[in-house]
Design a binder for this molecule. Structure first.
Ligand code: ME8
Length: 642
């Protein structure tokens, strides 16, 4: 068997209903699973729920339920039920309270203990219940671990520890030798930073009297295992329980959010090494979904969107598509209902659905509903069609799903243009041009076939439905690389439902974060650089933006945020201070003396306590690095950019 692919998601804490962030991650993994299946990989997809630990025991007590009763309801009734409705194409759904998992965790614990890598010690430190781990002072911002709602508490406890520090040099070397082990590159850099200093040993147990809700340590009944040693092993226990560790494990890609980077990039590889297991192949890290105002989404903030409600209103395909098309893994992505509506109307209804109904109408009217014989003439559309997969594949390999989908939609737009240019309705008026008419209609059908197959991982139902509307069945990815596979003579159905009914647009101003977020150089989704044509602006709109050349005269780290730099800029007649989210990609020293492009008339905003008076322009390169825009030749500070 040559092509094997194993994909997993984080297992969600079964302590509250699933939110849009959970759904986003499952859709990312589902996309990769479907893509690989189409590409002929033997694919296995695992998801599930994380059900032990203090956080869950507390939530159960609050709900007046036993932990078991509580997690059963959430795991089956909320998470799994929602993922089924979303058509997440998982092969196995693991729950950490299942016997198959508990048994395996105990086996691994015993093995690592016997090898001498687990010891008992007393420890005092700051403990985050939110992240279920001890944290260091360095990780805290304003006394709180980013993402937590409460500050960590000082705890002194006797626990079992895993000798993690011992494996640091080995892990560092592995990362250095395997640049694609953690992607996108910004997250890899974060881990390289973490590994420069001692990482310490990992507390892996809790006293049973305090947290009984866990897996008993096999050699000490007074302790249960600590949440990460339990949770991370799900990725292997699921395979072992089905007897399929081989062939899948070595081909494993984990999809996780940025907040659990350290457990997956540091704890997990060292645990695997100590347990004598091979490493996973790749860690795919995504940023978080934010509200449209650029803030964290939260029920208490009143800006959260309910994934179940979005699914009900817009359907599986629109939700999958918008979450893939309007986000970027390398950064956090603002997202909301107007984004779904706008994507549905532009890409899906206008560009794709409309083309299908146009070509169907013409086939029924001019060709008796039968796909005509092509003449075999060469065309640009055919050449572009068969080479589309070669453009899309590397983008998917680089995890740039938004750009991959845009590439396919560009092709769909060129098909629409082709119809407009060829004017089949005029050709139909002239009998002598019947062959040309047939060639044009065949070309559009073939183009749509190719586009629909390449879109199938993002449109699980509608891509097939599109082909059904043309009387066509399923194809593999490889079959998009050959022109002419739609069989001439195929009869198309007389009736077909509208693929994507158009919806009333929602207010455009609710679509994107407001301009008062000048730090978003690195956090705005790249998707916004490919707005659908419905949102074209006029030259007057553009003239409102004042762009100027600015020279960096000083740069330093933001005192409170790792990802931000504070730049002092010479803008010709004055200096400015701008906060920019590029710290993962530039050291402060490397920026001094550089000339950048500044959005000079942006409303000032305060970012983590530091005022930012504008925003600098930057883009994302093929490796996901944020790159600042600089003038091609020397322009003086303050020069206007038009
Ligand atoms: O961390 N946007 O569970 P979890 C995008 N049980 N993704 C988000 C998000 C957001 N706003 N908020 C959370 C856990 N996530 C552990 C994992 S794995 C062995 C154990 C992501 O329910 C988050 O980054 O808190 C994580 O990948 C997943 O949702 C589950 O988060």
């Amino acid at each position: 068997m040559s092509k094997v692919f194993y994909i997993t998601t984080a297992i969600d804490y079964a302590n509250a209903a699933p939110h849009i962030g959970h759904v986003y991650e499952k859709i990312l993994a589902d996309f990769l699973a479907r893509w690989h299946r189409l590409d002929g990989y033997q694919t296995y997809f695992l998801t599930g729920t994380d059900e032990h630990g203090e956080k869950i025991a507390r939530a159960a007590a609050k709900a007046g339920k036993s932990p078991k009763e509580f997690v059963d309801e959430l795991s089956e009734g909320s998470f799994r039920a929602l993922y089924d409705r979303l058509q997440i194409s998982y092969d196995d759904f693991i729950r950490t309270t299942q016997e198959r998992h508990k048994k395996y965790v105990q086996q691994v614990l015993q093995r690592v203990y016997e090898a001498g890598d687990i010891y008992y010690a007393e420890y005092e430190g700051l403990y985050s219940v939110g992240a279920e781990r001890f944290v260091t002072e360095k990780e805290l911002v304003d006394g709180v671990l980013p993402g937590d709602s409460e500050p960590p508490v000082l705890r002194r406890e006797a626990n079992y520890f895993f000798r993690m520090e011992k494996y640091r040099p080995w892990l560092l070397e592995h990362l250095q030798q395997n640049p694609e082990f953690i992607q996108p590159v910004g997250y890899r850099n974060e881990v390289l930073e973490m590994l420069k200093e001692p990482i310490g040993d990992l507390s892996i147990s809790r006293p049973k009297e305090r947290v009984p809700w866990g897996i008993p340590i096999p050699w000490d009944e007074n302790h249960v295992t600590y949440v990460w040693f339990d949770a991370l092993l799900n990725y292997v226990s699921a395979l072992v329980s089905k007897g399929i560790f081989e062939p899948y494990w070595r081909h494993c890609w984990h999809v996780i959010g940025k907040d659990i980077l350290k457990p997956h990039a540091v704890f997990w590889p060292t645990m695997l090494k100590a347990a004598g297991l091979p490493l996973y192949e790749k860690l795919v890290v995504h940023g978080h979904i934010l509200a449209l105002d650029g803030r964290k989404m939260g029920k208490s903030l009143g800006n959260a969107i309910d994934p179940a409600e979005m699914l009900e209103k817009y359907g599986v395909d629109a939700l999958h598509y918008a979450l893939l098309r309007d986000t970027t893994l390398a950064a956090d992505s603002p997202f909301g209902e107007p984004v779904i509506v706008s994507r549905l109307n532009s890409d899906l209804a206008n560009d794709l659905g409309n083309l299908l109904s146009r070509v169907r109408t013409m086939l029924l009217k001019y060709c008796g509903g039968v796909l005509p014989e092509p003449s075999g003439a060469d065309s640009d559309i055919a050449r572009e069609g068969v080479s589309l997969a070669a453009k899309v594949r590397p983008l998917i390999r680089e995890l740039r799903f938004n750009l991959a989908l845009e590439e396919i939609l560009q092709y769909v737009r060129s098909l629409n243009k082709y119809v407009n240019d060829q004017k089949p309705w005029e050709l139909a008026r002239d009998d002598s041009r019947k062959k040309t008419l047939e060639e044009v209609l065949y070309t559009v059908v073939e183009g749509l076939r190719i586009a629909s197959v390449l879109l199938e991982a993002a449109l699980p139902n509608k891509a097939k439905e599109l082909r059904s509307g043309l009387g066509l069945g399923d194809f593999t990815l490889a079959q998009t690389e050959t022109w002419g596979l739609s069989p001439a003579g195929t009869r198309i159905p007389e009736e077909a439902p509208i693929l994507f009914p158009k919806l009333e647009a929602m207010p455009q101003n609710a679509q994107r974060p407001t301009s008062s977020a000048p730090d978003t150089t690195a956090t705005k989704p790249t998707a916004s650089s490919h707005e659908p044509h419905s949102s074209l602006i006029t030259i007057d709109d553009f003239a409102k933006v004042e762009l100027r050349v600015a020279e960096v005269i000083k740069a330093e780290k933001h005192p409170k945020a790792d990802k931000l730099l504070v730049l002092t800029l010479n803008v010709g007649d004055h200096t400015r201070q701008v906060v920019s989210g590029i710290a993962q990609f530039y050291t402060p020293q490397s920026l001094v003396g550089k000339k950048l492009v500044l959005v000079a008339n942006l409303k000032p905003a305060t970012l983590r306590g530091v005022e930012s008076q504008g925003m600098i322009l930057a883009g994302e390169d093929a490796q996901g690095r944020i790159v600042v825009v600089t003038p091609e030749a020397d322009l003086p500070p303050g020069a206007k950019v038009r």
